[in-house]
Design a protein around this ligand. Structure first.
Ligand code: PGA
Ligand code: ZN
Length: 399
């Protein structure tokens, strides 16, 4: 049984306060986890409250219901209590940040009680033994960096890597190669929130550079590397005008669909996230109809890890994959349910970090536990390498 839940404010990678939770149990189990935070958040995400308020609210309503009552190892019970204590659909009372920190900390305490690694506790004996391919953000802009690309993320995808470690190192090599190519072109670049290069170039030039960097490293390592995108199109969409606003042009919905379909074709993209606005199931469906047999069309802001929104998307054929961010929905149980619903309907799941992160490694374990094909957690930078290095350790332990 849970004997204490301690909550505190700690720093995230952007230097903002976020919620960290410690869960302690009667038998000496301990789990600690911290909430990440988005910048290009979806309109339909669960609500993140200011850390101090989220902590105060959780202490008042959720903690007393957990302590002495719930078993840390029973994730559905813990998460059910969090939902009941909150009493809203979107965790606007205790904050999705308090909820997800407690949910993940309880899972870790549950694993600790069992003496099992977290991925084993979450995935069980009968989980598959595949490892996710890391999608590494190598160039980006959008809401993650000022004066950089319109497209939020260019993602290296080492699909042919024989091991997780080789995939992780390949993404770092692509990231370094991009830097070389920027140098050659005399383009200065800092890094965005997720550690990707954030040069002041247009998207066309970014495609050139990433395409070349991926080919160069592919030749070097000798296995297939492709790339993908998070367009984060909701951030570009002007609702009133009904157009996507790029730095140098605008595109209406049909033009946006044609543009993205051409990019998939020209660059053999393996992955396209949020190519259209978060309310445009229909546009998503048209694009999926065109390119869904060749690439993963993924809903992030569209689905927000929410089974109701995913069910609507499945109904309309809006995509063929879903991004899974536990803090978008508030608990690990909800994230698992989204992955299950996706799987039952032939949709792939991609587990993901947020642009604001901590050293927390829960998502690495979640990705392995649920046997998903991809994990999106950056390429470099301490809060990103925390997850990538954890994946390498898990693979090392498990094989
Ligand atoms: P966010 O960005 O964490 O700022 O929302 C990540 C993403 O859009 O996938
Ligand atoms: Zn996204």
């Amino acid at each position: 049984r849970i004997t204490d839940v301690r909550l505190r404010e700690v720093l995230d990678s952007r230097g903002n306060p976020t919620v960290e939770a410690d869960v302690l149990t009667e038998s000496g189990g301990f789990g600690r986890a911290a909430a990440p935070s988005g910048a290009s958040t979806g309109e339909y995400e669960a609500i993140e409250r200011p850390a101090g308020e989220a902590i105060a609210a959780a202490r008042e309503t959720a903690v007393p219901r957990l302590v002495g009552e719930a078993f840390a190892g029973n994730q559905r019970e813990v998460d059910g209590i969090l939902r009941a204590a909150d009493g809203t659909d979107d965790f606007s009372e205790i904050g999705a940040n308090s909820a997800v920190a407690i949910s993940m900390a309880a899972a870790k305490a549950g694993a600790d009680v069992l003496g099992a690694p977290l991925f084993q506790h979450l995935g069980g004996t009968f989980r598959g033994d595949n490892f996710p391919v890391p999608l590494g953000n190598v160039v980006g802009g959008g809401e993650h960096a000022a004066d950089a690309t319109d497209i939020q993320e260019f993602l290296s995808a080492p699909v042919g890597a024989p091991s997780v470690a080789e995939a992780v190192f390949a993404n770092a090599a692509v990231h370094a190669e991009v830097s070389e190519l920027l140098h050659e072109r005399d383009v200065a670049a800092g890094k965005g929130d997720e550690g990707a290069w954030a040069p002041s170039i247009d998207d066309a030039e970014a495609f050139d550079i990433v395409d070349e960097a991926v080919s160069t490293i592919e030749d070097e390592v000798g296995f297939e590397i492709r790339f993908g995108l998070d367009v984060a199109a909701a951030e570009m969409y002007d609702d009133d005008a009904g157009v996507y606003e790029y730095s140098n042009t605008t595109r209406d919905t049909d033009e946006q669909i044609a543009y993205v379909a051409d990019l998939v074709e020209e660059y053999d993209l393996v992955y396209v996230e949020d190519p259209l606005d978060e309310n445009d199931y229909e546009g998503f469906a048209k694009l999926t109809e065109k390119v869904g047999d060749r690439t993963l069309v993924c809903g992030d802001d569209l689905f927000v890890t929410n089974t109701e929104r995913l069910a609507e998307g499945i109904e309309q054929g809006a995509a063929n994959s879903i991004l899974i961010k536990p803090n978008q929905i508030g608990t690990l149980t909800d994230a698992f349910d989204a992955i299950e619903l996706a799987r039952a309907n032939g949709y792939e799941s991609i587990v993901s970090h947020r642009s604001g992160e901590t050293e927390d490694t829960t998502i690495a374990h979640l990705a392995v536990a649920t046997d998903v094909p991809f994990i999106k957690t950056g390429a470099v930078g301490g809060e990103r390498t925390a997850k990538l290095n954890e994946l390498i350790r898990i693979a090392d332990d498990a094989t």
